[in-house]
Design a protein around this ligand. Structure first.
Ligand code: NI
Length: 173
């Protein structure tokens, strides 16, 4: 397994819709393992393939979010089949490091997709896991969490992110 490079939000790949996966093969299984390793190393609670430079519909999330236990799941070609209730909570993204904002999401989400064996999977979630699934699903459609905010708020966060990026580049000199 290897830790992959996570692209940041300035990379245009994060603005493109990802392609549906047609062949589930060994390569996909390796990608999934690498994505899981990359997610935990970051550390984060979810990751979409385009964040590691691959424009395909595959996400990994940690079902053990908020607990000590690591419980990763891989979902191929995910679709949200039901959304209920509302939650507002702080959200971040591994492609927008150190930037957080309060985002409104559905509190309960049902998702279906395919697992690495090619079988259909259905996942019921609520709270933070439901938030993570919606966030990763958005990535596959080229959407970033700050798109949910007003233009003014998004502009502020973008400037903050770019400033932080410049500082980080300065730090590594
Ligand atoms: Ni993200």
């Amino acid at each position: 397994m290897s830790i992959l490079k996570i692209v940041n939000c300035l990379d245009p790949i994060l603005r493109q819709a990802c392609k549906e996966i047609e062949n589930i093969d060994g390569e996909l299984s390796i990608l999934s393992q690498d994505m899981i390793e990359t997610m935990y190393a970051a550390p984060g609670a979810g990751l979409a393939a385009n964040q590691v430079g691959i424009s395909s519909q595959i996400i990994v999330v940690d079902r053990g979010i908020g607990t000590e236990k690591k419980d990763p799941i891989t979902i191929i070609n995910p679709k949200i089949t039901a959304m209920e209730e509302e939650q507002i909570g702080e959200e971040g993204c591994l492609s927008i490091p150190e930037i957080f904002a309060e985002i409104k999401r559905a509190n309960r989400v049902e998702m279906k997709g395919i697992d690495l064996d090619g079988n259909e999977v259905r996942l019921e979630s609520e709270g933070f896991l439901a938030r993570a699934l919606q966030h990763e699903m958005d990535h596959l459609e080229g959407i970033l969490f700050w798109d949910k905010l007003s233009q003014v708020k998004r502009g502020m966060l973008k400037r903050k992110f770019k400033k932080r990026l410049r500082e980080m580049k300065g730090d590594s000199k």
